[in-house]
Design a protein around this ligand. Structure first.
Ligand SMILES: [Zn+2]
Length: 165
């Protein structure tokens, strides 16, 4: 934005009438032309710090122009931190004892009649099957080993064959 007397007068009018710059919601950097957010309290603060609207419009510079290398520097620090963090994470990872998961065979009730008898002695171990089968053991694979008091087949007497591992 070229700050000629005309544009400054225009901006003064715009600001008075609407509280906004004509370039709302931005103000343009006099150095590089970059648009920087400036409206409301933020704009008021900028005008105050600059010492007036005219001064602001004539001299406003974005951070990149005010502090050459500012953005780059910030970026570098961030990168370094990230690198440090990554190294730290790697270090921690290396110190974690390696856990190897050995495949554990699931305990099969079918192969353990004694265990099945024990855990079914006090009641049905698969009430889900029992209820789904109309309160019978028709579809229960544990039927042959089960000692539950409510153990029964339907009149159809269908029963799943005992699974063998
Ligand atoms: Zn700039």
């Amino acid at each position: 934005m070229k700050t000629t007397t005309t544009t400054i007068q225009q901006e003064e009018r715009s600001l008075k009438a609407t509280g906004r710059l004509s370039s709302h919601p931005f103000i343009c950097c006099t150095g590089c032309g970059k648009k920087v957010t400036a409206f409301g309290q933020n704009l008021k603060g900028k005008i105050q710090r600059a010492g007036g609207l005219v001064e602001l419009l004539e001299r406003f510079k974005c951070r990149g122009c005010l502090l050459p290398g500012f953005v780059v520097k910030e970026h570098k620090i961030k990168k370094q931190k990230t690198k440090k963090r990554q190294n730290r994470i790697q270090e921690l990872m290396n110190n974690i004892p390696k856990i190897t998961f050995t495949k554990r065979e699931p305990l099969s009730l079918y192969d353990n009649p004694d265990l099945t008898a024990e855990i079914t002695a006090t009641g049905c171990f698969r009430p889900d099957i029992f209820l789904d089968s109309g309160k019978t053991c028709d579809y229960c694979p544990l039927y042959n080993l089960c000692k539950a008091p409510n153990r029964k087949l339907s009149s159809a007497g269908w029963q799943v064959e005992l699974k063998t591992a």
